[in-house]
Design a protein around this ligand. Structure first.
Ligand code: SF4
Length: 420
């Protein structure tokens, strides 16, 4: 390693899209070294999230913390926050420089510029980078799409990520082929609105076609998908659900389970069809997760009770639940009927308890598990099975990065445990 190279630490906030973007940036650094220790960094690149006002505050808090670091690193800001708080942070000199996600492939040149720079870029860009390795990961995250055409009332994403556009199929397949030949077996497809991938390709379902092609690549063992929207599950997609290479877990974003709230949120999914879809997929043996926003403006006690009555009917196993958090600049931020934070927290706890119970019952009804071990802590190994349930494995062997099959395990309240 060249000692004279400056060290760059990446602080990634937010979703998997940002995780991939950080990997792309790391792969583009030629004149710098990546460090995994922020205290030894000469430069900290903050890949920010701006999904809520509190995400902005988190980034601000992190920046303030960096100022106290012994090395006083240069602070370079990128990610979704560029389009909301970026300019203010720059003008207040809280950050040294800023660049938009569209500029990330030029990071090496940008960082070589010792002067302050402000390169917000545009919202139409699509990356061209092929990554050879995923630093610090056992599973490969592959971005296949960027941006969103939906306009959910609470969401700022389309304004900071642009409208939906897809990566070229050729590039995606080339990327996966390379990573598969470098030992990756599990691929997680991500995007801002993943299910819009290839929209309108010959009137066919672009995502289903792509999945089939990926499954034919040598070394691909399991494919997972990030979040998809209920209306994006087409008949072509349903046909591939029985394929052995599909991870038996889908994350389908409902956001709510009442007609009133789905309307207020300007969602495209409908309660009745959501329920039919979940039942169909669950009958195929799938675990099903969802996003759920609790305490969005207008969620009266009556509506909440109805939502919980409905949630019992959904065969859910996983939850990404969060209390509504205001995002300035969105329609929801100025809606009447804002919900008290303590009420929202109580509701979230109620919802979480219901899904935890459903998850326990689901785990108790499974057979053998295919697990990819991802990390180790104090002699225990951790990974996920095909249903996206975590498992803790005690073993004397070094299992990191290994695929193991386990049919004897104990089902505990929060996860499964086994000896191997
Ligand atoms: S589907 Fe809705 S919530 Fe998801 S990114 Fe698009 S606008 Fe935001």
């Amino acid at each position: 390693m060249n000692q004279s190279k400056q060290k760059v630490f990446f602080k990634t906030f937010g979703c998997r899209t940002n995780v991939v973007d950080s990997q792309i940036m790391m792969s583009k650094l030629e004149d710098f070294d990546v460090t995994l220790d922020e205290h030894e960094a000469d430069i900290v690149v903050i890949n920010s999230c701006t999904v809520t006002n509190s995400a902005d505050s988190t980034a601000r808090g992190y920046i303030n913390g960096l100022k106290k670091f012994h090395k006083n690193p240069r602070i370079v800001f990128t990610g979704c926050g560029v389009w909301t708080k970026g300019e203010t942070l720059f003008n207040e000199s809280k950050i040294d420089s800023l660049f938009g996600a569209s500029e990330k492939e030029n990071i090496n040149t940008l960082l070589k510029n010792d002067n302050r720079f402000f390169e917000a870029g545009d919202l139409n860009h699509i990356d061209n980078t092929i990554i050879e390795d995923m630093i610090g990961k056992s599973r490969a995250f592959i971005k296949i799409q960027e941006g969103c055409d939906f306009r959910c009332s609470y969401c700022i994403i389309p304004y900071v990520r642009g409208n939906s556009r897809s990566y070229s199929e050729e590039k995606i397949l080339e990327q996966i082929t390379l990573l598969a030949s470098n030992g990756f077996g599990e691929f997680i497809l991500t995007g801002t609105n993943l299910g819009s991938y290839g929209k309108g390709i010959d009137g066919k379902d672009g995502l289903a076609l792509l999945l089939k092609k990926i499954s034919n690549i040598k070394g691909v063992r399991r494919i997972r998908l990030g979040s998809v929207e209920p209306i994006q599950i087409t008949n072509e997609f349903k046909e591939i659900l029985d394929e052995p290479w599909m991870a038996k877990h889908l994350h389908i974003a409902l956001q709510h389970t009442t007609k009133e709230m789905l309307n207020l949120m300007n969602r495209r999914n409908k309660l009745k069809s959501d329920l039919e879809l979940f039942e169909f997929i669950s009958e195929k043996g799938y675990a099903l997760g969802t996003d759920f926003i609790v305490g969005h403006p207008g969620e009266s006690d009556f509506i909440w009770q109805e939502a919980m009555k409905n949630i019992h009917r959904f065969p859910l196993t996983h939850l990404h639940g969060f209390t509504y958090s205001k995002r300035d600049g969105t329609p929801s931020a100025s809606m009447p009927g804002q919900i008290n934070g303590d009420i929202a927290k109580k509701r979230l706890a109620e919802l979480t308890a219901i899904i935890d119970e459903k998850n326990y019952k689901f785990r108790a009804s499974r057979g053998s598990l295919d697990i990819l071990i991802e990390n180790e802590k104090d002699g225990k190994y951790f990974g996920y099975d095909q249903y996206f349930n975590s498992i803790e494995v005690t073993s004397k062997a070094d299992l990191i990065g290994d695929w193991i099959n386990i049919s004897e395990y104990t089902i505990e309240k929060l996860n499964n445990k086994a000896n191997f």
